[in-house]
Design a protein around this ligand. Structure first.
Ligand SMILES: *Cc1c(COP(=O)(O)O)cnc(C)c1O
Length: 433
């Protein structure tokens, strides 16, 4: 029987079906994306989208909140337990909203904040001139050392002493190395600054126990939920218990109205999944697979920012006389390999053109690709980049990509090793496959 969507709105239905096919036939290498489980999608698509619930569990402005109170309380306690944090606010609509909430709770307009500069890997909300963050606050940027392309702690300490920021932001959107939160805490303590760790990218690696947690070293931890944590699109904030009132007030009524309780239900499912032993295995596989990809790309003669990776992502620095990131990412997509153009440290090209491409392992690992297959993917990427304008090469690689992806799907079905949690086929619109 046709689904309600198919009957009622064939145009939207067709787009969703095509998106499902794209997710199956291309290899998703954008490191900020993932495949949420069928359970996460079910909660996210549930009737809880109907409910107005301004306020917090047991302190709402509307009647009828018994069941949304239940899921929001579950989400909060699961988040606290997963990250061993004093308090969790699970209402931010996105990672950006989570960052906004901490800024709103801790800063006055014009206050000085330190964050990573954008070409070194920092996020828009860490003081990009086109973002509210730079328009409201005085951002000072630290970056990476030009030789090692790793965080330059001498510079961090020097800038902190010189500018006395009220808040130091750690975390990034395109930094392939570990974060040393303890060293940032030392510097923040020395100058009397608060420390906010934005773990939007590495939250799943932290939850899986393969990356250090900033919770002991930062008053505030912000995150998205749809990246390595593999949940619905959204955000959350963790903080020390003593700071919870101001934080909660900043989220609501400070910045948002009614919370998205269907998304919060899906976040609750996500926090539960991330606490399971197989999620730790997943996080380990994400790291191993990214290392295998990096090794292959280096072997193929490509240059990686900082020479490699300690996490789920890597950045290819394209040669100065070579293609732009924009052209390289377009050629790779034509070959079925979905990445994104990205600035690299000290990039002179605009963020819309760039000298780099960013890629990572979280989504393809969820899909079922293993280390050997990531090596094959690495060789395919190098082949496309060496023959950038050759459409025949792109078509040949696209065919290999489809074969590789269907072999992985078959193996998953044959071995039944992959728990239902991880099956993108059912996960992506079950009625449509
Ligand atoms: C992705 C990201 C965010 C923002 O998340 P959105 O949900 O897209 O708003 C914030 N900070 C960092 C470091 C990120 O990588």
């Amino acid at each position: 029987m046709a689904s309600a969507l198919e009957r009622q709105d064939p145009a939207v239905y067709a787009a969703v079906v095509s998106e499902e096919r794209r997710l199956r036939e291309h290899i998703q290498l954008i490191p900020s994306e993932n495949y949420p489980s069928a359970a996460v999608l079910e909660a996210n698509g549930s009737v809880m989208t109907q409910k107005y619930a301004e306020g917090y569990p047991n302190r709402r402005y509307y009647q009828g909140c018994a069941w949304v109170d239940k899921v929001e309380s579950l989400a909060r306690s699961r988040a606290r337990r997963l990250f061993q944090a004093g308090h969790a606010n699970v209402q931010p609509h996105s990672g950006t909203s989570a960052n906004m909430a901490v800024y709103f709770a801790t800063l006055q307009p014009g206050d000085t904040v330190m964050g990573m500069d954008l070409t070194s890997g920092g996020h828009l909300t860490h003081g990009s001139p086109v973002n509210f963050s730079a328009q409201l606050y005085n951002f000072v940027h630290y970056g990476v050392d030009p030789q090692t392309e790793r965080i330059d702690f001498d510079q961090v300490a020097r800038l902190a002493r010189e500018h006395r920021p009220k808040l130091i932001v750690t975390g990034a959107t395109a930094y392939p190395r570990y974060w040393e939160y303890d060293r940032f805490k030392e510097i923040a303590d020395e100058v009397g600054a608060l420390h906010m760790a934005d773990i939007a990218h590495v939250c799943g690696l932290i939850a899986g126990g393969v990356h250090p947690s900033p919770v002991p070293y930062a008053q505030y931890v912000t995150s998205s939920t749809h990246k390595t944590l593999r949940g619905p699109r959204g955000g959350f904030v963790l903080c020390e218990r003593g700071l919870r009132r101001d934080l909660d007030r900043a989220v609501f009524p400070g910045l948002q109205g009614g919370p998205l309780e269907h998304v919060i239900a899906a976040k609750a499912v996500m926090f539960h999944e991330a606490a399971q032993p197989d999620f730790a295995e997943y996080a380990r596989a994400v790291m191993d697979n990214c290392a295998a990809l990096a090794e292959t790309l280096l072997h193929e003669g490509l240059t990686l920012v900082s020479g490699g990776t300690d996490n789920h992502l890597l950045l290819v620095r394209l040669p100065a006389d070579g293609p732009t990131g924009k052209d390289a990412a377009a050629a790779l997509e034509a070959a079925g390999l979905v990445t994104n153009k990205n600035t690299v440290p000290f990039d002179t090209k605009s963020p819309f053109v760039t000298s780099g491409i960013r890629m990572g392992s979280p989504a393809a690992t969820t899909f079922g690709f293993r280390a050997d297959e990531f090596r094959t993917i690495g060789r395919l990427i190098a082949r496309v980049l060496r023959n950038l304008d050759d459409e025949a090469v792109q078509a040949a690689v696209a065919a290999e990509v489809r074969d590789l992806a269907s072999a992985v799907v078959e193996r998953r079905e044959r071995e039944e090793t992959w728990p239902p949690l991880f099956t993108p086929h059912e996960a992506v619109a079950p009625a449509l496959v």
